[in-house]
Design a protein. Structure first.
Length: 579
């Protein structure tokens, strides 16, 4: 999947903030400096039980809070609990390589798993096995499969524990409620309502509805042209096919060379007979020949696309991520029931997300401790706290009694917290709720069976409903949008799917010749896709498709896919044996 900037995710409406960041707790036991349950705050877990001094640890992670020593309610609570403050910086691929070369590494880092061998063999990070025994009781207890997997497969064949992945679902018995599903073909809801909510069950009907909308509203209030579909060039091929693939049961693979189903099986993209990728290109080509495609979709950047969304020039976007931008503009024009929504039953699949039951939602990155750290024991205590129920509750929900409390014996966000999330632009920064989603060790349920995501409770879901959501909900007879897709699944009209990507971490590094082939194909893809979509007839499209397949075959596409398919099959088999 496209590597999205987290600022873009944060920009969506409260539904995303709740579903990504909010968690709950019924485990109210105090937690020690190592995160285990006892009543001795800031006490070493060793036999000496000596008090530990307050310290500041440097941490480079995947979230995007204001850099520097963190000063918000959550981090101040952690400092009170553990005696540890965090000096935070955000990952930057270019800068991180420079820092690695210079050896000036922070205490704790969140690095890509593919880079673990470089850090291990270069002696830049330390093994965590001994630290786990003394200071990592919650990690060992709550995520033993992750620890075992990491030792076996993320250790550069050393058999030692170096990395800890995050967002691991524990104690789950069923899927968590989802406020809304984000990636897939959408429609501008206020226009769809004006047309009388016509039934849409296939691609051609979707295009026909978009054309009716465009004909009725050809220009924006300021005279700009309105388009059915747009795109941008700085995310590779993502805008041109991923929405279609996700809604037909597939995710994008590396370098857009193949697709992945929910179980990890591959489908080659560039073959004579075609497949879902070719279907997506034909869909876009039909849209182009109906006059629905933005003519600048192959020259503009994502920022240009977002500007058009804010100006209400686009009728269908690839994800509800941009709902917030559109709804602000619509509200300014007095449109209360606007926004982009997927239509339940339109497509055979609904994409819920991806991750690993073993390694978690952020399965491709791991927390490590630098060899430079002068406080590796305290660093391990901090990491252990992230994998305790109390730590995960705190990072997700904030502070018990302040941000959430028990209602009828169950943890719930306070009304004031939900209101602040929705209306207070400073709440996220001052509370810390939502700032550290990629740092959270545990998701799912706590050991009492309560959800670790308070944003997914009925109370929070219903509180989150916007004016635009209300009409959607009324039309489908639901309390919040996500329920409409579950109803469609129960009626046999769609399948909600979450993708297990554990196998990716069992793939070997590509040999140099395969990397060269992949690079050639990546450079070829975008200009070719532009020609496909802009073909003026079916015959021209087929001619261009055949030429592209032959050209990439000559570049070594068959060799690339042979290597990928063989290693994927081995990786998927290993996952089945682990599970």
């Amino acid at each position: 999947m496209k590597k999205l900037k987290y600022s873009a995710i944060v920009a969506v409406v409260l539904s995303a903030a709740l579903s990504i960041t909010a968690c709950s707790s019924a485990n109210n036991s105090p937690t020690s400096t190592d995160g285990s349950s006892n009543n001795s705050p800031k006490v070493n877990n060793s036999s000496t039980a000596a008090p530990l001094p307050d310290i500041t640890l440097t941490l480079r992670g995947s979230d995007s809070p204001v850099p520097g020593v963190q000063n918000n309610e959550i981090m101040n609570e952690i400092a009170k609990e553990l005696g540890i403050k965090i000096d935070y910086s955000t990952r930057d691929a270019t800068k991180d390589k420079v820092v690695l070369a210079g050896g000036d590494l922070p205490d704790i880092m969140q690095i890509d798993n593919v880079d673990l061998p470089t850090y291990i063999k270069g002696d830049h990070i330390i093994p965590l096995d001994d630290l786990l025994t003394e200071y990592g009781q919650d990690i060992a207890k709550n995520v033993p499969k992750m620890v075992s997997f990491s030792k076996q497969h993320l250790s550069a064949d050393t058999g030692k524990l170096y990395g800890l992945t995050t967002n691991i679902e524990v104690n789950k018995t069923s899927s968590s409620p989802v406020y809304n599903y984000d990636i897939g073909p959408t429609l501008r809801w206020d226009y769809y309502k004006e047309l009388g909510y016509p039934e849409i069950t296939n691609d051609d009907q979707l295009l026909d509805i978009l054309k009716q909308m465009q004909q009725k509203y050809p220009k924006t209030a300021d005279g700009k042209p309105v388009y059915g579909i747009s795109g941008w060039t700085d995310w590779g091929l993502w805008p041109y096919y991923v929405s279609y693939a996700f809604s037909h049961g597939y995710m994008d693979g590396v370098a857009d060379a193949y697709l992945i189903d929910a179980k990890g099986n591959l489908q080659s993209n560039f073959t004579a007979e075609g497949g879902i990728f070719k279907d997506a290109m034909q869909f876009m080509n039909k849209a182009y020949n109906m006059g629905l495609v933005d003519p600048e979709m192959f020259t503009q950047k994502n920022t240009d696309f977002v500007a058009k969304v804010k100006n209400l020039q686009i009728l269908s976007v690839q994800s509800t991520w941009w709902n917030g931008d559109a709804q602000k503009a619509m509200l300014a024009q007095g449109i209360k029931e606007g926004g982009y929504y997927q239509i339940p039953g339109l497509t055979p699949s609904v994409w819920e997300g991806y991750g690993s039951p073993i390694l978690g939602g952020l399965s491709t990155r791991s927390f490590v401790i630098s060899k430079n750290s002068k406080n590796p024991k305290r660093a391990m205590q901090f990491l252990n706290f992230l994998y305790s129920y109390k730590g995960s509750h705190l990072l997700n929900n904030g502070i018990e009694g302040k941000h959430w409390d028990l209602e009828n014996g169950k943890p719930e966000f306070k009304d004031a917290t939900l209101e602040a999330m929705k209306t207070d632009s400073t709440f996220r920064e001052t509370s810390g709720i939502g700032l550290y989603a990629n740092m959270i060790g545990l998701l799912g349920n706590d050991d009492s069976g309560n959800p670790l995501t308070l944003g997914s409770t009925d109370k929070a879901m219903k509180f989150n409903v916007s004016d635009a959501d209300k009409d959607f909900n009324a039309h489908y007879g639901v309390d919040y949008p996500g329920q409409a897709f579950i109803k469609a699944q129960e009626a046999g009209k769609a399948k909600v799917e979450k993708f297990d990507t554990t196998w990716r971490d069992l793939m070997p590094e590509q040999p140099s010749d395969i990397k060269m082939i992949e690079g050639k194909i990546s450079n070829y893809e975008l200009p070719w896709v532009a020609k496909l979509i802009l073909s003026k007839s079916d015959a021209e499209f087929e001619k261009m498709w055949t030429k592209g397949v032959e050209d990439m075959k000559a570049m070594g596409y068959d060799e690339l896919m042979k290597w990928t398919i063989e290693n994927n099959a081995s990786a998927v088999q290993q996952v089945s044996e682990i599970n």
